[in-house]
Design a protein around this ligand. Structure first.
Ligand code: ZN
Ligand code: ZN
Ligand code: FE
Length: 757
């Protein structure tokens, strides 16, 4: 196996490459290390355990003066390196100034803020050239203090001295500040009345959290809502006020030991949680956990993370308890970032506001990752990762702007040999989200100083992103099919060569097809240049269109109708009245507001409802998540029958057997697991067929359904066992957050206007 690492940081000229060389030799790895325009590129090969060791030790044992600002890594197919070498830098010319992401507080700064003798003792905005905010404070380039939201703070003589001293850790640290000259924190009540400031505010806020109040805390990229994570009553109150009934909330812990007390965490999860990006890592809860049940109800997992700003550290150090730290928004709106915005939107949720007077120039949510199949799969690529570029093996002929999809939107720009993907924008279905979306597009074009030669959108005529493209870039718009974009993103991040072809499984909730219907269980054969749709699920109807997404019982009814015809009227295990049944049946038969779909996500929803797990949902993909959670508890190895005929995957035999199992009172866990096993078998079965037909043995797995760990892990392992090369996501999310990357790639390989593929 091969491990590919890209590091950005203070790593040139400090003995970093010799260090990498020695470490690789010691562990016994083949490969190379190279400086390039973005930092250091390392590729090493050996067995997985040795590569894990290398990955963990590189951060722990690096030379003390070297600093890592970002580390992207992925485990890939071996290419067969001989020995280990320090390669000569390839001069790739253009060294476009990249904007750094926000960087977690460094050890030295942490030591200062915890040392009572230091002049920065408990100063919440302590930073240096190695840490602190970047992406969220930069107004324009070049990155100088006058171009950041720190420009309003005039440095005191002490800070200025550090700033100008070339040997100082704060030499040209643009956000440099201290108690005397920098920003400060203030505590307000929910009416906006100032209660206290600075150290008093810090003292007071800790007590308020302990007493069970909800605090809106202004952080680096936006506000968090914070409360005691061990207090069931306050967590419930937060849920009610936030109108977030069941969607899991993230928990910030004082340190790694505290995480270990409440969760099971393996070596790679431990690395992820401590990594420079400090993402939220989804891990398994312990039975003995002290966390409030309502943090992730009906869920075996919880999202955990560690403090990443001085302020977080101080609060958690005083509190000595985990806190819920969830994005401050109402349902799916963007995270609040300004005082006025926060007070307006959060005054009915938060009891107190801990704010500060350093402006957040652009909002940036926390990132989320999950370790699956022993790889780090991004669920949301945002703070810490954005806007670190994904580096291409080619150069773009002209700048590309990708407008992304509708759900989990991100946008991206492609320029030179880099793709800069935006922070998480979210679903484009509220005025605030749309405003944030338009801001981000303008922001990225300005920040990276480009006028796009090609603009790429989804094909869905109803997506705001498509309409935006049609309105503003009509003459250079290029539309790319959604599932093809999923597969392209997976191909490029796995180093698939230019002339290669893959078998692509794009399983998700919704994507507009070239036949103008809703797709979502697409098996493609694809190259970078185009794709063929080889197989898809037998179509079924979404009763009430989008309504079916929130009410899986409608999909259940539809799937049962397909499998049993009018007998569905007597199937009493889905909780619908006789009147509703007649109504739905009529809609299906007369084709009233019930578009057809081939969505795999909806099939998961439907099964979840049929076996009685979830008939209505309160957050995206909840029914499918409940189905996965249910299956986790079963060891069942059996699966259901299915038929693949022509290009159709027929689920009807499966549904009939599910109903049979249900009637014979088989445990739900068994049925859920058998269903997962069936989907995995379908993947294997089709892959083997296509390999025989086409000779292609590389299989890309993409789309939101592959956030399901049972599915991803087992499909990955089984494909490997059968001699395939399975590709999964490690740099961008399998969900629609990765679409913008795929769109950029499509543009590069097509380079044409007013066309769609
Ligand atoms: Zn620092
Ligand atoms: Zn100062
Ligand atoms: Fe999708």
């Amino acid at each position: 196996m091969r491990l590919k690492i890209r590091i950005t940081g203070l790593i040139q000229g400090v003995g970093f490459r010799p260090f990498v060389y020695r470490l690789a030799e010691e562990i016994g790895l083949n490969g190379y290390v190279l400086n390039d325009t973005t930092g250091v590129l390392i590729e090493v090969e050996e067995q997985k355990e040795k590569l894990n060791e290398f990955l963990i030790r590189i951060e722990k044992e690096k030379p003390p003066i070297s600093k890592i600002y970002s580390l992207q890594h992925s485990f890939l197919e071996e290419v067969g390196f001989k020995g280990f070498e320090i390669r000569k830098s390839e001069e790739t010319g253009d060294k476009r100034a990249s904007v750094l992401p926000d960087i977690t507080i460094c050890e030295e700064c942490l030591n200062e803020v915890t040392n009572p003798k230091d002049r920065r003792f408990i100063y919440p905005f302590t930073n240096c050239t190695n840490c602190g905010p970047r992406f969220t404070i930069i107004q324009s380039l070049p990155y100088d203090r006058k171009n950041t939201s720190m420009k309003v703070f005039k440095m005191c003589p002490d800070c200025e001295k550090e700033y100008n001293l070339s040997t100082d850790r704060r030499f040209h640290a643009q956000p440099d500040a201290c108690h005397i000259c920098g920003p400060w924190i203030s505590l307000y009540d929910s009416e906006g009345k100032l209660l206290c400031e600075k150290n008093d505010a810090l003292e007071k806020v800790t007590n308020l959290i302990r007493k069970g109040y909800i605090i809106a805390l202004k952080g680096m990229g936006g506000y968090h809502l914070i409360c005691d994570a061990t207090n069931e009553e306050v967590v419930n109150r937060l849920r009610k006020r936030k109108h977030r009934e069941e969607k899991p909330m993230a928990v910030m812990f004082p340190d790694l030991d505290a995480i270990k007390k409440d969760t099971y965490i393996n070596v790679l999860e431990e690395r992820a949680v401590q990594s420079i990006e400090k993402p939220i890592v989804i891990v398994r809860k312990r039975g003995s956990t002290s966390l409030a049940v309502s943090i992730s109800p009906d869920n075996t997992t919880v999202g955990v993370f560690l403090p990443y700003t001085p302020l977080h550290h101080m609060i958690l150090k005083k509190l000595k308890k985990p806190v819920v730290a969830t994005s401050a928004n109402i349902t799916d709106e963007p995270i609040a970032k300004d005082e006025a915005d926060a007070f307006e939107r959060l005054s009915k949720i938060a009891d107190y506001f801990l704010s500060h007077n350093r402006d957040i120039v652009r909002r940036c949510d926390d990132s989320v990752v999950r370790i699956t199949a022993e790889r780090q799969v991004p669920i949301r690529r945002s703070r810490g990762f954005a806007p670190v570029p994904v580096v291409m093996p080619f150069k773009f002929n002209k700048p590309v702007l990708a407008l992304g999809p509708y759900m989990n939107n991100t946008v991206a720009v492609g320029i030179d040999d880099k793709v800069f993907i935006s922070q998480h924008i979210g679903d484009l279905d509220t005025p605030l989200a749309i405003e944030f979306y338009e801001e981000t597009i303008k922001d990225f074009l300005k920040l990276f100083d480009i006028r796009p030669g090609v603009v790429v959108s989804d094909m869905h005529p109803g997506y705001y992103s498509t309409k935006y493209g049609e309105k503003h870039f009509k003459d250079k718009l290029f539309k790319v099919q959604h599932h093809f974009a999923h597969i392209l993103s997976c191909m490029i991040e796995n180093d698939v060569p230019e002339d290669a072809e893959v078998i692509g499984f794009a399983f998700d909730g919704t994507g507009y097809g070239i036949d103008k219907t809703i797709w979502g269980s697409e098996v493609l054969t694809a190259s970078y240049k185009g794709f063929k749709r080889m197989f898809h699920l037998r179509p079924f109807r979404l009763i009430g269109g989008d309504k079916a997404v929130k009410e899986p019982c409608r999909t259940a009814f539809s799937l049962l109708f397909e499998s049993f015809g009018d007998n569905v009227m007597d199937m009493d295990f889905i909780p619908l009245t006789q009147q509703e049944r007649s109504f739905f049946l009529n809609m299906i038969k007369k084709n009233i507001n019930s578009p057809v779909t081939t969505s795999m996500g909806r099939l998961f929803d439907g099964i979840s409802s049929i076996i009685g797990l979830r008939h209505k949902t309160s957050y995206h993909a909840q029914a499918a998540i409940m189905l996965e959670q249910c299956a986790i508890r079963s060891q069942e190895r059996d699966s259901y029958p299915f038929i693949i005929e022509n290009d159709i995957i027929d689920y009807r035999p499966l549904i009939r057997e599910v109903v049979k199992d249900l009637k014979s009172e088989k445990p739900k866990e068994t049925i859920a697991k058998k269903f997962h096993n069936t989907i995995i078998e379908i993947i294997i079965n089709i892959s083997e067929f296509l390999r025989k037909e086409t000779g292609i043995s590389t299989v890309a797995l993409s789309g939101g359904v592959f956030q399901n760990t049972i599915l991803l892990e087992n499909a990955f392992n089984k494909l490997k066992d059968k001699g395939f090369i399975p590709l999964i996501h490690q740099l961008v999310p399998p969900n629609d957050g990765g679409i913008s990357l795929g769109q950029v790639i499509a543009a590069h390989f097509h380079n044409c206007y007013n066309k769609q593929i």
